[in-house]
Design a protein around this ligand. Structure first.
Ligand SMILES: [Zn+2]
Ligand SMILES: [Zn+2]
Length: 133
């Protein structure tokens, strides 16, 4: 089990699952949403997330119709994204996990849109567009 929390600590939840893979999304929306070159993401089953506190701080933003991005409305930490047509899965932002992770980066998605100032130094699988599971 892992725990995760936002920067202000208002949102706190438990993750009742292993996190075997981390993938990096280089799409422009993730760059904007993180204020950085990419988002580091783990796919988690929605049912494995147990919100301990702070559900009232969840703020949703839809950059595209089908996908919500959830962040803390107090401190702005990105929490997860979720597609409306895939309600059983959330894409957790790995940086909010409190414990050390054994998993390493598994792949890179949307590399076609990668920030030109960021170089990928690892040799993990790359997808020019969406990650293909
Ligand atoms: Zn917060
Ligand atoms: Zn993205």
């Amino acid at each position: 089990m892992y725990t995760a929390s936002c920067l202000c600590g208002g949102i706190h939840f438990k993750i009742h699952a292993e996190i075997p893979k981390i993938f990096i999304c280089h799409c422009k929306q993730c760059q904007k949403a993180q204020g950085s070159a990419f988002a580091a993401i783990a796919s988690i089953k929605t049912q494995d997330l147990e919100i301990v506190r702070g559900e009232e701080l969840f703020k949703e933003y839809f950059a595209t119709e089908n996908k919500k991005r959830v962040f803390c409305k107090n401190c702005g930490s990105p929490i997860f994204s979720a597609r409306l047509d895939l309600p059983d899965v959330v894409r957790l932002r790995v940086g909010i996990i409190n414990e050390s992770l054994a998993a390493k980066i598994n792949s890179h998605a949307y590399t076609k849109y990668k920030a030109e100032w960021f170089e990928i130094f690892d040799d993990h699988e790359q997808f020019e567009e969406a990650y293909i599971a």
